[in-house]
Design a protein around this ligand. Structure first.
Ligand SMILES: O=C(O)CCC(=O)C(=O)O
Ligand SMILES: [Fe+2]
Length: 734
């Protein structure tokens, strides 16, 4: 039996009518199927579109939240219908640190350009978030924030430029310094800002070395307290009683602030003249200016004397910080002031005992080495009679030299018995191998170091640091005036001196002159040309030199004060410091690239560290440049620049080369002090005096260094600084 076919096949083979109906049916069901598929897929695509959108929206929201959230939280605090107060706005902006920092970070990495106006976009979005679109208040707010931001932006630019310049305002270091790591210093800056908000008054009370002209009568004094030989008195400020010159007094009286300033000014005038040159008989004491109630307070050591000097010590940091928060009146400050003075006395006592301890330490160390410090004769005879006796090891120079010094003192049996050895003989050398910058508080100012990073790769040990406000405005003024008065006192044409005939020839060639010179133009035995030739040269050289005058350590209270400041802020030992040299550069003058130490020089008395202090701002030019380090510094009044010229091993570093660029406008004034690697008296002998030509008292000399590595400089003195016997050095007894 044949197998039954499948119905479809059968129907396919059936009548046409039947065939059509089946097809239609089939089509209908297919179309139903299709449309349902289409609907499903449409639904699917809608769903996926929606979920994609939701996804995008949530990503966007997340992003917006990430960027804006910190602000949102702070914004909510002033979400109201009115435009927030300026203060709230500032707080709001301050709270937006994260965003700002991110943007700034982006900017410094050059991912975001300020041209993109990213801030303005950010601000608009903040405003919209607060008030929605098309809202007048939103626009007002945006405008307000924008204004603040612009303001902030300029601060920011300043901060950026601070980074560029090594962080301190307008100290121009090579622009490539941008990414230097001075964020900390910048942050510190806000403390300084805080400081500047302290009442002016407070600053002024920290003034030191104030001298009055002695017109105040003791009968005028209103004694507040009298303790032992000290008296605290209040004196109403009447400048006429302080100044001889009533006219000047009137000129400076007008307001309280100026009173305090004028007082300082007057002291500076005195100081600038370097009192020791005109020995004074003043009594020491202290002075506190209190402009609040227009009174000047004095703490007299001796009630009968009218002239007062106050020696201010560096204020302890702790006290200072405490003081910043202190809202109390000056009276409490005065109390602290007095305490500080007392503390400093104690400090000295402490130093004394630490010195004793040090001596004790050296003595026991000598003992350990088999050297008896008390019977130095043994040391002496041992080494003298037995040349093969062990010598103290190298590198223990301190021990060795102490032993030698003890040995010397044995010559006098009296000395060894009483153990009273004269300071000169006890002196042992000190070395200034490097320097240690440190933040200090002085004269109401916070003086903080900022390292200027090398902008060119070098493996040199040279470090350069800046301290702004190291000198007060008044100090700078006084120093400049004193310098000018010394320069103008030298009325005779200077005698010109050259390091060699070669240098002289080069200067003549530079002047466009064609004359042949030989050693005969020099005054016999000296490096100076004779007076008539000096005169001729002066006009040829067109006085192309800077002017230097000097004062010496121990010469005045001011020199001691400044040396102490350097010791505290830079770790520079006073006994290694030389003279204080004030230099002025008229327009057009410069100083060629040079090192302060002698390259290839082996003399350890060389200049190890230089401290350059700018006494005025530069109008144009006059920057100090370190070409090999890519650093250049703009002169700014009160700013100190410190760097080492020698390595800690005492080798003169070529990378310390520096120059003073041409002064283009205004006059440049600096004060410089060099610290020597090894203090002088330790040598036991002095270098022989240079031969000097005969000269008049008011005749200066111009000294021209090696032509390629130096320039000419005018000096009002003819000695060499190391020929000066520093009292300071003698005092350095270990
Ligand atoms: O004036 C300056 O900037 C640099 C001065 C200097 O280097 C110097 O006197 O040795
Ligand atoms: Fe120099």
């Amino acid at each position: 039996m044949a197998r039954k076919r499948t119905p479809i096949k059968e129907s396919n083979n059936g009548s046409p009518h039947n065939k059509d109906a089946t097809c239609k049916e089939q089509e209908r069901s297919a179309s139903v199927k299709n449309s349902s598929i289409k609907r499903t897929s449409k639904l699917h695509s809608r769903i996926s579109f929606l979920s994609l959108m939701a996804c995008l929206v949530s990503i966007f929201t997340a992003l917006v939240c990430y960027v804006i959230y910190p602000e949102l939280t702070s914004l909510s605090s002033f979400h109201s219908n009115s435009v927030p107060s300026l203060r709230t706005m500032i707080e709001f902006i301050e709270n937006g640190h994260k965003t700002r920092r991110d943007i700034e970070q982006g900017m410094s990495e050059k991912k975001v350009s300020p041209d993109n106006d990213i801030y303005s976009q950010l601000i608009q979005s903040k405003a919209k978030l607060l008030y929605g679109d098309n809202n007048e208040q939103a626009q007002q707010l945006a405008a307000k924030i924008m204004r603040l931001y612009t303001q902030k932006e300029s601060d920011n630019e300043k901060a950026e430029s601070l980074k560029i310049v090594g962080t301190i305002e307008d100290a121009n270091i090579h622009p490539s310094i941008q990414n230097s790591s001075h964020a900390g210093d910048l942050r510190d800056k806000s403390d300084t800002d805080q400081l500047s908000e302290l009442p002016q008054l407070l600053m002024e009370t920290r003034t030191e070395n104030i001298k009055l002209d002695g017109i105040i009568k003791s009968s005028d004094k209103n004694i507040i307290s009298n303790r032992n030989d000290e008296a605290l008195v209040n004196i109403p400020v009447d400048m006429k009683t302080i100044y001889n010159d009533a006219e000047k007094a009137n000129e400076i009286i007008p307001d309280k602030e100026r009173i305090t300033k004028s007082l300082i000014f007057s002291s500076e005038t005195e100081r600038g003249d370097f009192a020791p040159r005109k020995p004074s008989k003043q009594t020491s004491g202290s002075i506190v200016l209190n402009a609040e109630n227009s009174q000047v307070q004095f703490v007299f050591d001796d009630m009968n004397k009218a002239e007062i000097i106050k020696q201010t010590d560096t204020l302890e940091e702790e006290q200072f910080e405490k003081h910043i928060d202190d809202t109390k009146t000056l009276t409490s400050w005065q109390a602290k002031e007095t305490r500080t003075i007392k503390l400093s006395d104690n400090k000295e006592l402490k130093n004394e005992s630490s010195k004793k301890a040090k001596v004790k330490g050296i003595r026991s160390s000598l003992k350990e080495k088999g050297i008896s410090p008390d019977s130095a004769e043994t040391v002496d005879s041992n080494t003298a009679q037995n040349p093969s006796a062990p010598k103290p090891a190298r590198g223990k120079s301190k021990v060795k030299e102490t032993a030698t010094l003890k040995k010397k003192s044995v010559g006098n049996p009296k000395d060894s018995k009483s153990k009273k050895i004269s300071p000169d003989k006890q002196f042992s050398p000190t070395f200034q191998r490097s320097f240690t910058p440190k933040k200090i508080f002085y004269g109401g100012r916070r003086i903080a170091p900022v390292e200027l990073l090398h902008q060119k790769p070098s493996n040199s040990s040279v470090r350069v640091y800046l301290f702004d406000d190291f000198l007060s405005d008044q100090e700078c003024e006084g120093l400049m005036r004193a310098h000018d008065s010394h320069v103008t006192a030298y009325t005779k044409p200077p005698i010109l001196c050259f390091d060699s005939v070669k240098t002289l020839r080069k200067h003549i060639r530079d002047a466009g002159k064609d004359i042949n010179v030989n050693s005969k133009v020099f005054t016999t035995g000296t490096k100076c040309v004779n007076a008539s030739f000096s005169l001729q040269l002066q006009s040829w050289l067109n006085s192309n030199w800077s002017y230097s005058t000097a004062f010496y350590p121990g010469e005045s209270k001011f020199s001691t004060n400044i040396a102490t400041r350097m010791q505290n802020a830079m770790g520079l030992q006073p006994e290694n410091g030389g003279k204080f040299q004030i230099t002025s550069y008229p327009v057009g003058k410069a100083y060629k690239t040079h090192t302060d130490c002698t390259l290839e020089g082996l003399d350890k008395r060389d200049r190890s560290v230089s401290v350059l202090m700018y006494l005025n701002n530069s109008e144009e030019g006059g920057e100090t440049q370190f070409p090999e380090l890519g650093i250049w510094v703009k002169p700014k009044r009160g700013r100190a620049l410190v760097w080492n010229n020698m390595s800690p091993q005492g080798i003169c570093e070529p990378h310390s080369r520096h120059a003073a660029s041409v002064v283009k406008q205004g006059k440049k004034y600096i004060m410089i002090r060099w610290y020597y690697y090894k203090s002088f008296p330790s040598l036991g002998h002095r270098p022989s005096a240079p031969s000097l030509p005969a000269r008049d008292n008011d005749q200066a000399m111009v000294s021209c260094d090696d032509y390629n590595n130096g320039s000419c400089r005018w000096y009002d003195e003819w000695t060499y600084e190391h020929l000066t016997d520093y009292q300071q050095n003698k005092l350095n007894i270990s």
